[in-house]
Design a protein around this ligand. Sequence first.
Ligand SMILES: [Zn+2]
Length: 142
Amino acid sequence: MDLTTSYVFDAAHRIAGHPGKCAWLHGHTYHLEVTVSSPTLNALGMVMDFDDLRDAVRKAVLDLWDHSTLLAADDPLGPAISAVQREAPDRVVLLPGQPTAEVLTREAWTRIEPQLPAGIALERVAIRETPSCGSAISRSRT
Ligand SMILES: [Zn+2]
């Protein structure tokens, strides 16, 4: 049986080298959806406690990305933004690729999966940048 939770976080990003407006530093209100599963329910009739799942996702992703600037590790803007944001250096997150919805989805998967309790499988992670544009990864296609 599956269990799904959803989250909202705000972050800035840009796609360095993009030929259009995505190259400009801008922000999104991202929507993250996480689905986990278990073949059995626990003694309380749950796949897992919603609060425990929310806590795992918060620690794995939201605490790091919410109200951050998400950049590729080699983005030349990284040092400049870090310099003007000295009071919160951890709010500039450098990623191993451009901070597209696809890369963020893959990163979220990589960060969430090890946080799950034994016996709980990560089934799907989806991130929407806008109400109409997003990316998703499912366990069968990782
Ligand atoms: Zn964008």
